[in-house]
Design a protein around this ligand. Structure first.
Ligand code: TYM
Length: 511
């Protein structure tokens, strides 16, 4: 794959390769212009903080997630009470993730919590098989392994669906893929992705696979069969932009919304920004499997330093923060703004030495990695299956009504059973297009690892929804009962008070 986003004949960014400019850097401003996305400014960050009532994640505050497509539109819709879903992914090509891979997932987790929205995560085992020297069976196994690391980032199991392409492929997904594929000519694909005559035809046919999950009807068990039931927001690094540029170009021809994007810079390699973090060179990156000792050793021995070559030089000239990897990494992972600022000032002025900032970085990363390892160890096969399960997830809050009050939008509670009814009505209307999923067996297990499979999928889903309807002991039923009881008690008290007053006035008249 050669061509792509050539900037001054040097800088090339594709989903499969990143080549740096002649100065060994990525010029993100130029890249933004060339790709046609917009920079995230202070006003947009403040707006997100306002509507989510949550302090912006450090990645946003520090401009690490720096570009977007229609994130402002998502905010406008959200302000009016419209929810959206998040979609992100991973190409499973190695046993474990490096810290750079955690960046989009940590940010996605923050978005999920702040906006309280559902999330789908695609594992492109097919993509890695087509591009890497790997057996398909290995890619499928790695998908499950990588999913454990993704789950360890803390995603909400009730609102998160993880799927691997090879096993999830089902009619609604394929319908979207094939429609997207028909909208894109080979010449356009060459222009967007740089395919050549040497590209295998699996590669050429792959982009619709990554594009399709931008449409909610790929996930009927979560969002129903309406292509416009929800808008989609995709967090990723900017290397994935070409896939979604293509998706946005064809969305209207499928009758769907254009997906919105929020895009990050690259987390730099340990040996310097222009280096590559590679699984085949363990000293090029820190992996989520590394021990505290390995983390310390790697940082001390391999982290590219912008500090002076000697203590004297560092004291005299200070460090060049533009190229210093420990400084750049702290920008990603040290949450404390004040502390970060102080480190930046002391290190760039020469007051702090290279060994000291490396020590601070090791102290910062070690607990992050260790905690990740503990959480990952708790991801059993059972937990994994829960995230991969196609068991219906019902997002009742999508059916909440909102009202404008004092200039801001407030939720007006809806009745739980009514929301279920509405959702089922929607499904009824959509049923005609639903020649969903083959093969009866696996649905019984409620497990998507071998793909969603039941012909009876809608029937089973409805039965489950009915089962979930409020019963006598359910929260909403209890709330309702408590309300009725309180109203009855109030009435009773008023009656008693009235009677007492009457009695008192009668007694006063008699005396
Ligand atoms: P993959 O596995 O190459 O990367 C997974 C995610 O990590 C981002 N990423 C990075 N972010 C910051 N710094 C880095 N050094 C770095 N390296 C990788 C990627 O941009 C990506 O967000 N084809 C995709 C998988 C995929 C996907 C998606 C990604 C499928 N659907 C939707 C994003 C959104 C891939 O191979 O990612």
């Amino acid at each position: 794959m050669s061509k792509k986003s050539d900037i001054e004949q040097e800088q090339v960014v594709t989903p499969w390769a990143v080549e740096f400019g002649s100065d060994g850097k990525i010029d993100y401003q130029k890249l933004t212009e060339e790709f046609g996305c917009q920079e995230i400014d202070e006003r947009l960050i403040e707006r997100i903080e306002r509507i989510t009532e949550t302090k912006a994640h450090a990645f946003l505050r520090r401009g690490l997630f720096f570009a977007h497509r229609e994130l402002d539109e998502i905010c406008t819709a959200y302000e009016k009470g419209e929810k959206f879903y998040l979609y992100t992914g991973r190409g499973p090509s190695s046993e474990s993730l490096h810290l750079g891979h955690l960046v989009p997932f940590q940010f996605t987790k923050w978005l999920q919590d702040a906006f309280k929205v559902p999330l789908v995560i695609q594992l492109t085992d097919d993509e890695k098989f087509l591009w890497k020297d790997l057996q398909l069976e290995d890619c499928r196994r790695l998908a499950r392994e990588n999913a454990k690391d993704i789950i360890a980032c803390g995603f909400n199991p009730k609102t998160t669906f993880i799927f691997a392409d090879v096993s999830y492929m089902c009619t609604p997904f394929y319908v979207n893929m094939v429609k997207i594929a028909k909208c894109v000519t080979f010449n356009q694909a060459k222009g967007i992705f740089g395919f050549t005559g040497d590209s295998n035809i699996g590669q050429i046919g792959f982009p619709p696979v990554q594009a399709a999950p931008s449409f909610p009807d790929c996930f009927p068990h979560m969002f129903g069969m309406n292509k416009k039931s929800l808008k989609c927001l995709i967090p990723c690094a900017i290397d994935q932009d070409p896939y979604f540029r293509m998706t946005r170009d064809v969305a209207h021809r499928l009758g769907g919304y254009k997906p919105a994007l929020v895009e990050s810079r690259f987390f730099p390699a340990l040996k310097g920004e222009s280096g590559k973090m590679s699984a085949s060179d363990p000293t090029s990156a820190i992996y989520v499997t590394d021990s505290a000792k390995e983390i310390r050793n790697k940082i001390n021995k391999h982290a590219f330093s912008g500090g002076g070559a000697t203590i004297e030089e560092q004291r005299e000239k200070g460090a060049n923060l533009d190229v210093d990897v420990p400084w750049k990494w702290l920008n990603f992972f040290l949450d404390d703004d004040e502390k970060l600022k102080e480190i930046g000032e002391k290190y760039s002025s020469g007051e702090m030495l290279t060994g000291e900032i490396k020590q601070i970085l090791a102290d910062c990363l070690t607990p992050i990695v260790e905690e990740h390892q503990i959480r990952r160890a708790n991801v059993t096969d059972e937990v994994l299956d829960m995230y991969f399960s196609i068991k219906p997830r019902v997002f009742l809050d999508l059916f909440q009504k909102y009202e404008e009050k004092d200039g801001s939008w407030a939720v007006v509670e809806t009745d739980l059973s009514k929301a279920l009814e509405e959702k089922m009505k929607l499904d009824e209307e959509d049923e005609d297009d639903t020649t969903v999923l083959q093969d009866k067996n696996d649905e019984e297990a409620g497990c998507a690892i071998g793909a969603p499979k039941s012909d009876d999928w809608l029937r089973i889903r409805k039965e489950r929804l009915k089962k979930d309807a409020p019963t006598e002991g359910s929260k909403s039923a209890l709330k309702k009962a408590a309300k009725i009881k309180a109203a009855q008690e109030k009435k009773e008290a008023e009656k008693l008070a009235k009677a007492a007053a009457k009695e008192a006035s009668a007694a006063a008249t008699m005396s």
